[in-house]
Design a protein around this ligand. Structure first.
Ligand code: FAD
Length: 454
């Protein structure tokens, strides 16, 4: 395995070496651990699960692999983060894949994704609704006082119009977010949903080919071991300092430093979900705890359906926007990511569904889902030889209307205590794993500068 590149340097001779407690052994905690250790500091990583990796973990059901927090792909616009990840596992351990995605529309129709580019494939009435609505919305946006609405429901109408809303955006987003879309802020879509030029929409609607955004057109995935192979590789040199199966139960001030469970540290780097961290941190004001508890998130169930043949569509994943297509919003053809994800001659699909509160998925639910997929033509139940599921509690951040206020009250307070926080749910930020690595790289640079300053 090649040594990951990083621009973080070892402290100069005589610089005080400090002891860090890193809370959480997901990709954020492991990356911070690698870099701090490379810089000569002492670290312990506390991970409550027996297996490191957090949301990047992969389960194995008799040779059928399942990425526990939904099918994960490796791609990035962040060169330093990407090379850290690729170098950690080794480039020869990765499959190169072209992203092929579709929307499974009503009546068995396959439509291009992004939906705006597939509009020409819709039935005539739906195509008309989308085009007309888009032009009306476009015209409204040219008016002098037009401003983007703050809630997601109205933002969709403002940006895309009624047809796109009814035929895709509303049903799909209701399925994922499980919240009245008027209660969702439009802030989370900024920069995520590029505005399609009106010419592209008209072209697509009359049946001319358009592609939409292409930055995820290719991706990488570990040849064996599922996405978790990546976090396994990042964590491998840290085996002696990872305390797997050790939950952080208490974090409290101890003079200039901190006590984590019973051990003393100079600094704490938190990567655990913020609401969980606030529960174990001593001396948190009630208002801060309340704000942290009020942060809204969605949990995820990932369902594996293993097939006794490998004749599956050539897609990476497909979107299922409508309720009659079952509870999952996305199906990943995980065995297309790497042949190592299913036994030889077999294939797998992975369905992902979000939930709020208690887990609705059990064996009966999985059977029902398979029956739905048979009904809509995605598989034959007689071909299914393995089923299974995994759930994760913290999966999606819900940017409800007072999200930033709650975050400022809770995370803002933690930041002011001199505790470092990084990671998707430690900062409640919509990070993919590459962004977690990027943030960890930046944080460690900041920490090293802080340490150097004494
Ligand atoms: C549906 C979905 C799809 C995604 N797809 C992609 C993708 O395709 N590509 C991509 O790059 N990223 C993807 N991501 C994002 C990626 O999974 C995350 O950004 C990343 O894994 C977060 O890592 P983390 O270390 O910040 O947090 P986590 O992985 O959540 O790590 C936090 C760790 O803290 C531990 N912990 C919690 N409580 C305690 C405690 N009391 N004591 C000790 N440890 C504790 C947890 O067990 C966990 O291991 C996806 C995420 C989801 C939900």
């Amino acid at each position: 395995m090649a040594a990951p590149s990083s621009s973080v340097t070892t402290p100069s001779q005589g610089v005080h070496r400090v002891k860090f407690a890193i809370l959480g052994g997901g990709i954020s905690g492991l990356t911070v651990g690698r870099l701090l250790r490379a810089a000569g500091h002492t670290i312990d990583i506390f991970e409550k699960d027996e297996i490191i990796g957090g949301l990047c973990k992969t389960a194995n059901f008799d040779g059928f692999l399942l990425d526990e927090a939904g099918g994960h792909i490796l791609y990035s616009k962040l060169p330093e983060a990407l090379s850290f990840m690729v170098d950690s596992i080794g480039p020869d351990q990765l499959c190169q894949r072209e992203r092929k995605t579709k929307i499974y529309y009503r009546d068995g129709l396959w439509v291009k994704y992004p939906f705006e580019n597939g509009v020409g494939q819709l039935p005539p009435q739906d195509r008309f609704d989308c085009l007309m609505g888009y032009l009306e919305a476009y015209w409204q946006r040219q008016q002098p006082n037009a401003t983007p609405p703050g809630n997601f429901h109205d933002w969709v109408l403002y940006r895309m119009g009624q047809g796109f809303a009814d035929h895709f955006m509303f049903p799909y987003n209701e399925k994922i977010w499980k919240i009245d879309l008027k209660q969702l802020s439009s802030s989370w879509v900024e920069g995520r949903v590029p505005e399609a030029p009106v010419e592209d929409i008209v072209q697509a609607a009359v049946g001319l080919t358009t592609e939409g955004y292409t930055h995820q057109s290719h991706f990488q995935y570990p040849i064996s071991g599922g996405f978790q192979a990546l976090t396994d590789a990042i964590g491998a040199p840290l085996a002696d300092v990872i305390q797997a199966g050790t939950a952080v139960e208490s974090v409290q001030r101890d003079g200039e430093g901190w006590k984590v469970n019973d051990a003393r540290y100079d600094f704490v780097v938190n990567t655990m979900p913020l609401p969980e961290f606030l529960k174990v941190l001593q001396g948190v004001p009630a208002a801060v705890n309340q704000a942290g508890d009020a942060l809204v998130y969605r949990s995820l169930a990932s369902v594996l359906i293993g097939l006794n043949h490998d004749e599956i569509p050539d897609y990476s994943w497909i979107y299922l926007p409508f309720p009659e297509q079952g509870g999952a919003n996305r199906i990943t053809y995980l065995s297309n990511y790497s042949p190592g994800n299913a036994p030889e001659g077999c294939a797998s699909i992975q369905a992902e569904l979000t939930f709020a509160g208690p887990n609705p998925v059990d064996d009966a639910y999985v059977d029902e889902l398979a029956a739905t997929y048979e009904r809509i033509g995605l598989l034959k139940r007689s071909d299914v030889i393995r089923k299974g599921f995994k759930t994760v509690k913290y999966a999606y951040i819900v940017y409800d209307l007072d999200f930033y206020q709650k975050l400022d009250q809770s995370l803002g307070w933690v930041d002011r205590q001199g505790i470092y926080s990084t990671g998707r749910f430690a900062r409640f930020d919509y990070f993919n794993s590459d962004q977690c690595v990027d943030s960890a790289l930046k944080l460690v640079k900041q920490i090293l500068a802080d340490v150097e300053r004494g």
